[in-house]
Design a protein around this ligand. Structure first.
Ligand code: ADP
Length: 607
């Protein structure tokens, strides 16, 4: 039986329609479970196109700027590895066949690319190309593009299918794109929120720090104002009274005593404040050197013996166990801590005695030093122990500390210095009974240092130091016959030096600047009667002390030059020593210490 040709065409059409519907059905089903943009575009490229039997397919989307087409998914030679596009390219909207579709929204079917100048070769040259727009709400958002090696490959049905797939996918792509942008916006917003939160926190911390700094500054100023004004009032007041002339010598003496006491207090205060601000500015410079341990402690302790003696408080020094002869530390700072602890012990003890115990633990190339200062003074309440070390904190009520001068800086400073030297200060105390402050300091032991026991009654009096430990007796002619050349431009300081030196039995020649001092020195030297010692102010007009010292030392390196400097920081001291000075004394000078220092320098010269 012969087949009806109409029926044959009808069934071929039916098969084609069924395939068409089946592909779309499968495509819709698969797409329905996808939500992410990436999944959607790769599914279009891979699944749908594979079933159409096309050689390749590339999904393009227009970038956010609306100017470029980006390849976002591919199937065929452009997709060698899962979800990767080989040699990914971008095409400007308006260029090439794909760019044309993106610009106009027109479907483009090319039967022979050789005849179309718009054709852009991507991975390979293919004769047929089919490009359809992906549009949503009248907006073109991308292009679906397929190429084939054979000419005239794409049929009308392919065009219809491709267009339908593009339009079915467009809503999903647009929704996914919107979601994508939304997600990015959410991420950005979250990042912005976190950044804002961090900024707020930083601002809050900065505000708190500024507030704390402001409170500290206010406290500091209030403290300083009080601490400075109180003694200043006394100084100005007593000076006025004395200037008016007092008949009663006893009263005159009393007022003079008050004046001196207050001036000394101010001197200590300023010294401590300067040190403290250097520490807080992180400018505490350390200068490590090898020093004789016993001599260093002796010098510090013996310097304060006069004060203990004047209060009738005993001062005993003990060495416990073996000690290294030499240690490496910052000698000035080491001394400052001992002086602070010991002068506190003397200040806060009215009767009884103070015992300074020095010991060291041998750790090979190192040692752990311990300097213990034990007193039988007023003691400290257990609740106040840590406050002692806060700047400006004075823990005794006015009743207890009446008449005891102080700034509340000594311990704060001492602990900071100890910390800088990697040591510590601890305290144990019983109110009304006494206190024990212990400095612990790790130190290096220099080569050549030896450990030995010290059994002498007062071991502090021995040691290689030539420094005299004999107590200063006011009024004795300690500097009898010493000829001193003083270079000092301040008339009042020169007068003070003259009074002090003459009282101690020394004679003095004064010059008002370095140049005059140098001439005077040369004259005296040429006449065979050079000075025994030169006291040199460092800051002077015409020629400063540094230069004058250099010239003097070039001629007579054996004559000691003692720098008198108003700058007491480590760098300034170094500068004096570098200029050739043998010793330095910092202004303002304390008469007792000053004559004592000159006496020990003289002793060293005589030795
Ligand atoms: P200050 O200049 O007041 O002596 P410090 O910082 O040296 O300042 O000491 C802080 C406070 O600690 C002192 O005001 C005092 O109340 C207390 N203190 C320090 N040393 C002793 C001590 N040896 N005995 C009793 N109290 C002490």
């Amino acid at each position: 039986m012969k087949e009806d040709p109409d029926r044959v065409r009808e069934s071929a059409d039916e098969i084609a329609r069924n395939r068409y519907l089946d592909i779309l059905h499968q495509f819709t089903l698969r797409q329905s479970s996808l939500a992410k943009l990436e999944d959607i575009v790769w599914n279009i490229a891979k699944t749908a196109i594979a079933e159409l039997g096309f050689e390749d397919c590339v999904v393009y989307l227009i970038a956010d700027d609306g100017l470029m087409l980006k390849q976002v998914a591919a199937h065929g030679p452009k997709n060698p590895v899962d979800r990767e596009i080989f040699n990914e390219i971008t095409i400007p909207v308006g260029q090439g066949i794909v760019g044309h579709v993106a610009q106009t929204g027109e479907v483009q079917r090319i039967d022979d690319a050789r005849l179309d100048p718009r054709y852009i070769e991507d991975d390979d040259f293919r004769l047929s190309e089919l490009a359809v727009p992906i549009s949503h709400d009248g907006r073109i958002i991308g292009v679906l593009d397929s190429e084939h090696h054979a000419a005239k490959f794409f049929t009308d049905e392919d065009v219809r299918l491709f267009t339908t797939i593009a339009s079915l996918a467009s809503t999903r792509i647009d929704t996914a794109l919107t979601m994508d942008r939304l997600e990015k916006t959410v991420v950005h917003l979250e990042e912005a929120r976190q950044a804002l939160e961090m900024q707020t926190e930083e601002l809050r911390e900065a505000r708190l720090a500024a507030e704390a700094a402001s409170v500290a500054k206010t406290n500091f100023l209030a403290n300083m104002s009080h601490e400075i004004r109180t003694p200043m009032t006394a100084i100005v007041g007593f000076a006025d009274l004395l200037a008016k002339g007092v008949k009663d010598p006893e009263q005159q003496e009393q007022w003079r005593g008050q004046l001196t006491q207050n001036a000394r207090y101010l001197q200590d205060l300023i010294g401590n404040v300067l040190d403290m601000s250097a520490v807080e500015a992180g400018e505490m410079s350390l200068k490590f050197e090898s020093i004789n341990l016993l001599s260093a402690v002796t010098a510090a302790v013996e310097n304060l013996r006069v004060r203990a003696d004047s209060k009738n408080v005993g001062l005993e020094t003990v060495v416990s166990g073996a000690l290294p002869s030499a240690i490496i530390t910052d000698s000035l700072k080491f001394r400052e801590i001992i002086v602070n602890l010991l002068s506190n012990a003397i200040k806060y003890t009215e009767r009884g005695s103070i015992k300074v115990t020095l010991s060291a633990e041998n750790r090979g190339a190192k040692a752990i030093l311990s300097v213990e200062v034990l007193d039988t003074g007023i003691g400290i309440d257990s609740g106040q122990m840590e406050n002692l070390f806060l700047p400006f904190s004075r823990v005794h009520d006015t009743h207890h500390r009446a008449g005891i001068e102080g700034t509340g800086l000594g311990l704060a400073l001492s602990r900071q210095i100890a910390a800088a030297l990697e040591g510590d200060i601890v305290v144990a105390s019983t109110l009304g009974k006494g206190s024990k402050f212990t400095l612990t300091l790790p130190v290096e032991i220099p080569a050549g240092s030896h450990w030995s026991e010290h059994h002498q009654a007062n071991p502090f009096a021995v040691g290689p130091s030539k420094l005299s430990t004999a107590p200063y007796v006011p009024g004795t002619k300690q500097l009898q016959g010493l000829r001193v050349l003083v270079c000092e431009d301040s008339a009042s300081i020169a007068t003070l030096l003259e009074v002090v030196l003459n009282a101690a039995g020394a004679t003095m020649t004064q010059c008002v600047n370095g140049l005059e001092g140098l001439r005077c020195f040369e004259e005296q030297n040429a006449s065979g009667a050079p000075p025994d010692l030169v006291l040199m102010d460092m800051q002077m007009p015409i020629m400063d002390g540094y230069e004058a010292t250099g010239h003097i030392k070039a001629v007579r390196p054996d004559i000691p030059v003692v720098a008198l400097t108003a700058f007491a920081l480590a760098d300034d001291i170094d500068r004096c020593l570098d200029a050739g000075c043998d010793y330095y004394l910092t202004k303002p000078i304390q008469i007792e210490t000053f004559t004592e220092e000159l006496r020990s320098i003289r002793e060293r010269l005589d030795a």
